[in-house]
Design a protein around this ligand. Structure first.
Ligand code: MG
Length: 259
């Protein structure tokens, strides 16, 4: 099932997408929802990010180029970071390159959407707590990484987390390819078997640190091939079973002072 959020006639609605038709739903997708009588054609609405995340957690440097490069031992403390929910944008929205720099990096990623409160869950059970999957672009301005190793600022600018186009609930996350096309040219294309910290281990680890909640989004890391790009470039992050998340990079329009 493919869940969407969209705006039409100045209203924000949620629905279930089948082919080109959206059946509008009411309620909360994580608890109780039902169909209304309303339907829209996909072409007459503007898709938004498919959820308003509760938290956004990313994992750093999580892909190798080939299976033989996978480390024998996993890192004892994986590199996790948070992104602010205010960095979320939807399909076709513009990614704004911050004042003072000319390029930022795209990172196409499989994004996990948690559906049930999860605390200390074993690897075997962890997928039962997943609501579905979407695509995330973990846009990054490494120029703003602090020399002491902190990534927060470089990951946190407004527009730095495109999500969408749908939440797909029927997906085998262990068997998808994470792709990116820059101006139509393939830049990333890796299967999830190339993740250093695999998905089940990643979620289980997190549930042993913090209680995950419905609406939490986990960005599972980006395949080898991400690049720095400037204004005017068009990035399409793609996972065939979910869809295509397309955004354009623009320069910041007005002068904003950080301090
Ligand atoms: Mg990333």
């Amino acid at each position: 099932m493919k869940f969407v959020r969209f705006s039409v006639n100045n209203e924000t609605l949620a629905g279930v997408l089948t082919d080109q038709t959206i059946k509008v739903i009411s309620g909360n997708i994580f608890s109780k929802w039902e169909y209304t009588d309303l339907t829209y054609n996909l072409g007459e609405v503007k898709l938004l990010a498919p959820l308003e995340p509760k938290h956004i957690i990313g994992i750093g440097a999580n892909f190798v180029t080939k299976v033989e490069d996978l480390p024998a031992e996993l890192p004892s403390i994986p590199v996790f970071f948070f992104k602010p929910t205010t960095s979320v944008i939807g399909p076709h929205d513009e990614i704004v390159i911050p004042e003072g720099i000319d390029e930022v990096k795209f990172e196409s990623e499989l994004a996990i959407v948690i559906g049930k409160e999860a605390k200390q869950v074993s690897e075997d059970d962890v997928l039962d707590y997943v609501f579905g999957y979407t695509i995330g672009n973990d846009v990054t301005a490494s120029q703003f990484f602090h020399e002491a190793g902190h990534w927060t600022v470089g990951k946190a600018f407004d527009t730095f987390t495109p999500l969408g186009p749908v939440i797909e609930t029927e997906l085998d996350p262990l068997n998808v390819r994470v792709e990116a096309y820059l101006n139509g040219v393939e830049k990333q294309n890796s299967g999830t078997e190339l993740m250093i910290v695999p998905i089940k281990k990643m979620i289980s680890y997190l549930t042993n640190v913090m209680t995950l909640q419905p609406g939490d989004v986990i960005l599972t890391g980006s395949p080898v091939g991400a690049e720095m790009v400037g204004e005017g470039n068009v990035i399409e992050c793609e996972i065939k079973e979910i869809g295509n998340l397309k955004n354009t990079f623009v320069k910041v329009k007005k002068n904003v002072n950080a301090y």
